[in-house]
Design a protein around this ligand. Structure first.
Ligand code: SAM
Ligand code: SF4
Ligand code: SF4
Length: 343
């Protein structure tokens, strides 16, 4: 089949194009961030997905190709912790063969020092590293695991050295927990090409005990940085960009904020998420996914054309806009965990 460079995107019920696919490659993680996989819920007894239920690299690649044929231009690997998936660089090299896509990965950085070179060689283009604090007690308090923060910083350096930079550094800010990290992180990465993006704490999943008082509004984050290092806002680089961009007036680089709670961006949301076991979610806050694994594993297995038609139908029926209609009541609803559908 001849492939167009960028096929016309599918359009959902609210007129939004399909552009991004996030693929969770594992539901496991070596961290237990309190806002994502609190240890009380994800302890030794927690039943992670058995191997046979997880999509194989071949299945993921087939699905990814179908999405690209439906207009997807960006693919991000995530999890859980994607670097825990064995031979992840083999999956990266399979996906990197799909023409004209932007291929990236989000990691907690703990294993990145050792893996950066292989990922780059496999064809990974960009990387995002999560880092919520620079001081040991806060770092440990937030991720509830025994990894020194220096290991994440070494991971960022290694990724930069092999050519995966400039790196985006994601920091979830929680009221009363790591507000002090706002200035420390900004200062640490000022003067480098790396961009720290401060994320408002969200009510994803049903286990983190979220409440609105724990959210630090992005406006407050920007005001705080700007009081020390004056900032001016920048235009988005493309339509639907999730982070709002700001630059230091003295030319020392950029920061970003992701205002998922205080300034919802559902009206431009072009993302789909594929869970580790092959369920498709049209919203991060969905309560239910659509099973693609059964479609792939059926006999006879689904044809490329039927798979595309299935995707068209699912995107065409999409009307999600959870962040625009969030209330304290919706926050209590049973939702899918982020470590399973991928952040
Ligand atoms: N383990 C990888 C990591 O931490 O980068 C990838 C998966 S993680 C679920 C993806 C992103 O989601 C991370 O940047 C993390 O900080 C963010 N995240 C997780 N739970 C969140 C929450 N409740 N609110 C806001 N961001 C959250
Ligand atoms: Fe693991 Fe990432 Fe969730 Fe932290 S945010 S528990 S590192 S999946
Ligand atoms: Fe997209 Fe759902 Fe988030 Fe809105 S709440 S931006 S629709 S994922």
């Amino acid at each position: 089949m001849t492939r167009l460079k960028h096929p016309l995107p599918l359009i959902d019920k609210l007129g939004r194009p399909l552009r991004d696919l996030r693929i969770s490659v594992t539901d496991r993680c070596n961290f237990r961030c309190t806002y994502c996989m609190p240890r009380e819920m994800f302890g030794a007894e927690y039943a992670f997905l058995p191997h046979k239920e997880i999509l194989s690299f071949e299945e993921i690649t087939l699905i990814a190709k179908s999405f690209v044929d439906c207009g997807v231009q960006k693919i991000r690997l995530t999890g859980g912790e994607p670097l825990l998936r064995r031979d992840i660089d083999r999956l990266v090299s399979q996906l990197a063969e799909i023409p004209h896509i932007d291929l990236s990965l989000t990691t907690n950085g703990s294993l990145l020092g050792k893996r950066a070179r292989a990922l780059k060689d496999a064809g990974l283009q960009r990387i995002t590293v999560s880092l919520d604090a620079l001081d040991a007690p806060t770092f440990k308090r937030m991720n509830d695991a025994d990894y020194p923060v220096s290991r994440v910083l070494e991971g960022i350096e290694a990724a930069d050295t092999v050519g995966l930079g400039p790196i985006k550094v994601n920091a979830v800010i929680q009221q009363g927990v790591n507000e002090h990290a706002i200035l420390e992180l900004a200062q640490h990465f000022r003067g480098t090409p790396h961009i720290v993006r401060f994320i408002e704490y969200m009510d994803v999943g049903s286990t983190n005990g979220w409440n609105l008082d724990q959210v630090v509004p992005s406006k407050k984050i920007i005001d705080r940085i700007s009081a020390q290092f004056p900032l001016e806002s920048l235009q988005p680089l493309y339509q639907g960009e999730v982070a709002q961009r700001w630059r230091y007036l003295d030319g020392q680089g950029e920061v970003g904020v992701i205002s998922s709670v205080t300034q919802a961006f559902c009206s431009a949301c072009s993302r789909l998420r594929l869970s580790t076991d092959g369920h498709l979610f049209t919203c991060l806050f969905a309560q239910k996914g659509h099973d693609m694994r059964t479609l792939l594993r059926g006999t006879p297995s689904i044809s490329e054309g039927d798979l595309r038609a299935w995707i068209e139908k699912k995107w065409g029926a999409r009307d999600d806009r959870y962040s625009e209609i969030r209330t304290t009541e919706t926050a209590k609803q049973q939702k899918i965990e982020m470590s399973y559908i991928g952040g």
